[in-house]
Design a protein around this ligand. Structure first.
Ligand SMILES: [Zn+2]
Length: 354
């Protein structure tokens, strides 16, 4: 804690000195300390989300807010799908509770339809509908996150049209640099609970935290290779029961690895979020895309975003079952159906892009 406060003081000092006195006057050790500091903001997608395995939606929101507060997370970003907000289902009140707790709201499209499944013009109409709902809300931020992080896949014309449309609307792409497919662990947990199977909850806790911390560490190494520094990261999470349960421990685990949790506002001020990497297909994290554009070799995506790997780990560690033998062709097919086309997390796509 003392070390963190000292670093914060250094950060403030450097922030003041640099614009006035220039880099020459800046204390070198302080700069080094600042460069080695890893920072990350948290974001939660698909608000409001259907219930998970453990809580009602009200309980989940209450627990998530309390856990973020207890962990000292000042401001996280919640990416909303207004098309899923019912008029009388209490969703609005739950969304407002996040804002009252100090968090901010941004656009995840009205209907959560993938750009891969619709023309650019319809997609922009969907964004406009979401913006009309979001703009009057307290805590609104002009950020747009693509559903499924899908910026149009291989269709560069479509992608360009939408990116230009976002600019014309004053919207920043709400990109993420860190993704550990937390939604998939939530889905596997929910499926297991629905099937009445026994879940090793300690193992689930450990797997969730390990997976998300590793995803942050992975992206940070990749970014340092790509741009030569550690940017302010943005972690993709979803409004899940797992987050409501484990976010406090996740934040602690990140801090133990040297991460500082920053606000979403602060993270999106990093210049990397202005970058539009020119890559053949864009449907993943900004870290992957920037590394791809730069020609960085080696894995550019975190392996647990591959459903085969995450599923096998879940089966083995949480369900204490041997992983089911599934034919690779079935996985290709299921993955392509789920993502409406080739996707970076599909086994066949991964094999080609490696
Ligand atoms: Zn989403």
């Amino acid at each position: 804690m003392i070390a963190r406060q000292a670093l914060l003081a250094v950060a403030m000092l450097v922030g003041v000195i640099l614009p006035i006195g220039g880099a020459v006057d800046a204390p070198q050790p302080a700069l080094k300390a600042l460069e080695s500091q890893k920072s990350i903001a948290l974001s939660f997608d698909d608000i409001p989300r259907a219930p998970g395995a453990f809580y009602t939606r009200e309980e989940r929101t209450e627990r998530l807010i309390a856990a973020l507060r207890a962990a000292g997370v000042e401001q996280a970003a919640f990416f909303v799908n207004p098309g899923r907000v019912g008029t009388k289902d209490g969703s609005l009140e739950l969304i407002e509770a996040y804002v009252t707790a100090g968090h901010v709201l941004a656009d995840h499209s009205f209907s959560h339809r993938s750009l891969g499944a619709m023309p650019a013009s319809d997609f922009l109409v969907d964004i406009d509908k979401a913006e009309a709902w979001l703009k009057p809300q307290r805590g609104y931020r002009p950020w747009f996150r693509f559903p499924g992080l899908n910026q149009g896949g291989l269709d560069q014309v479509k992608r360009r049209t939408v990116l230009d449309g976002l600019k014309a609307r004053g919207l920043l792409v709400g990109a993420v640099t860190v993704d550990g497919s937390d939604w998939y662990l939530e889905r596997l947990t929910l499926d297991a609970a629905k099937a009445g199977k026994s879940i090793d909850e300690d193992a689930l806790h450990d797997l969730y935290i390990e997976t998300m911390v590793q995803s942050a560490e992975f992206s940070d190494r990749l970014m340092r290779k790509t741009i030569g520094r550690s940017p302010a990261h943005m972690m993709l999470l979803h409004e899940t029961d797992l987050a409501a349960r484990y976010i406090g421990d996740l934040v602690e685990a990140l801090r133990n690895k040297g991460w500082r949790i920053v606000t979403a506002d602060a993270a999106y001020r990093d210049p990397i979020y202005q970058v539009e990497p020119n890559v053949p297909t864009s449907n993943g994290t900004l870290s992957e895309a920037m590394a791809w554009e730069k020609g960085i070799t080696g894995p550019r995506w975190y392996d647990r975003n591959d459903a085969r790997i995450a599923g096998a780990l879940f089966n083995e560690r949480v369900m204490h079952q041997p992983p089911a033998a599934v034919a690779l062709t079935d996985l290709h097919r299921q993955c392509r159906v789920r993502h409406r086309g080739p996707h970076r997390t599909c086994p066949d796509f991964v094999a080609k892009a490696a």
